[in-house]
Design a protein around this ligand. Sequence first.
Ligand code: BGC
Length: 544
Amino acid sequence: MAITDDTLWYKDAIFYELHPRAFFDSDGDGKGDLVGLASRMDYLQELGVDCIWLLPVFSSPLNDDGYDIADYYDIHPDYGSLDDWIALVQEAHNRGIRVIADLVLNHTSDQHPWFMESRSSTGNPKRDWYVWSDTDQMYPDARIIFLDVEPSNWTFDETTGQYYWHRFYASQPDLNFDNPAVREEMLNVLRFWMDTGIDGFRADAVPYLIEREGTNCENLPETHAILKDLRGVMDAEYPGRILLCEANQWPDDVRPYFGDGDEFHMSFHFPVMPRLYMALRRADRTAIVDIMCRTPAIPDTCQWCTFLRNHDELTLEMVTEQERHYMWHEYAPEPRMRQNLGIRRRLAPLMDNDRRKIELMNSMLFTLPGSPIIYYGDEIGMGDNIWLDDRNGVRTPMQWDDSPNAGFSSAPADQLYEPVIDDASFGYQRVNVAAQRVDPDSLFHAIRRFIAVRKQHKVFGRGDLVFLEPADLAVLAYLRAFEGEVVLAVHNLTDSHRTVTLPSVDFEGAQPVDLLRDEPWPAASATSYEITLPPYGYLWLRLR
Ligand code: BGC
């Protein structure tokens, strides 16, 4: 199976985010690695995903699990070598699966030689590669992101008596993007990894590249100019490959990251994510409809990337204060479940391990605009461990089977990088790939079906969105339309049966097909449609 040559491939693709440390350990050291991941490509192919995004595997002291890079041109020995990386990309491509890497531009590790030089003296030639100040009073309007641990975005450096700037951990000093040498070097980093054959990048934390007094230091015009330069290099040297933007911002502030189709190809849609959870809990579609209506149009060559969970806490930055408290109250009843402005839990536990709700959330993800990304393990309903440090509770070993260490590693259990999930509901003896692969009724096969059906219809990735407004707010219904194909998606957000009459659409002459069951559906006789859904039920109906 070969990689397609459609340059807009990402508009129809299903993405899969994974942590190489967590996927498969090939050498028995207790940590997943690139060779291990390459050996599991058959699984990803069976699932049907088109593109995998790998968390950072570069040289790093791992204070932020690899988002603190100490050498941009090398692989951390835990994961293997550059040759292993190239072999992995090749193996994925042979299976028709693309690979994107993480591009961490904003900051390095404090162990990076650039920073060690920079902090060695105020006159060092690398001094200006980072952001230094005599006071910690500059940029007071910039928020602190890792609120639980960092009191300030400035940290005092004893050696040179100045403060350095960091938007994340103090061990992650921000690079100074006003310095042309920094910008040039990061273009070299981009080229280096693109030349290994990858298909693009998920670009980390891009709103924060530039700081300016009197602003909140996010989304500044100078930052966009730098990102357009990156895109220019991609277009000129690596056509057909993509840049995916991580900007945890409101839709109006994310819109400029697409530019006129000359900045990012894709961007995560952060605000819709918590609203899917809110709508389900409240049995009221309003939050979803409102945020989608607040989402501006994007250029034709661009695409949203939508998700339910990822490797970070479930972020509640893009909600109101009141909504955040609602989410915490409903989904993080124990204090330990809360982290920074979010929730350190996985999808299945958030859904009370209720298959119907897990599928319903995925059904919305797969039918709303954007290309969906699945977080590894969520396709089998993996659980979390809220007692692990930082965000590690959602980064535990992939559960392959019911053998020791969940089949992830042959190391002694106490040598795993993190323990496998072993509780009564989500333990690997119960929740694992091997069991779900052979069970046609498993969550794995339900997600596989979503993927397979979605891939047959461009309307999901490219179609317009029109909400229908049945009187019952607990029903979310919309039409997706593209080049003459029309699909109706209906979701019941409650735990009781619901019957709705869908108004204001011309159903006359429709030859409906239930896409997921591949069954014809009674043709509509009038200009309205009556549909009954079971508790948490959903339906994808192809009308034309
Ligand atoms: C990543 C985090 C990381 C941070 C700093 C984020 O946006 O998703 O995992 O800690 O950037 O690099």
